[in-house]
Design a protein around this ligand. Sequence first.
Ligand SMILES: N[C@@H](CCC(=O)N[C@@H](CS)C(=O)NCC(=O)O)C(=O)O
Length: 119
Amino acid sequence: MKIVRWVLGRIILLLNFIFSPRAQKRDNLEQNLVNQDVGKLKLYQFDACPFCVKVRRSAKRLNLPLETRNAKVAPWEQELINDGGARKVPCLRIEKENGSIEWLYESNDIIGYLEQRFA
Ligand SMILES: N[C@@H](CCC(=O)N[C@@H](CS)C(=O)NCC(=O)O)C(=O)O
């Protein structure tokens, strides 16, 4: 079962690489502002998780330099469990303007949030 999952994961990564989405274009000023905002977001994820790939594709389409954190390794795994509340990926850590942190689970909700904020 582990091997099947590993093989499927590699296939997903390969397809994602071959059919990489095209990034939305912005002028430099606008892109710099977006980059600044995206700096407050961190995506806790696994490389070959299909739900995480879906979110990363959305970030790429929206041209967001979204930092990813591998939730299989320290310290991100423990941070996700302790602060996010569950060892489930993808999860978006959102640092708000007042400094408070929101942990957003569910790939569709994360994509909805990114699109609503950056599309
Ligand atoms: N409905 C969720 C499904 C997420 C999900 O099932 N993620 C798996 C990885 S693909 C997970 O975090 N499993 C927990 C674990 O592996 O510990 C979504 O769309 O984000």
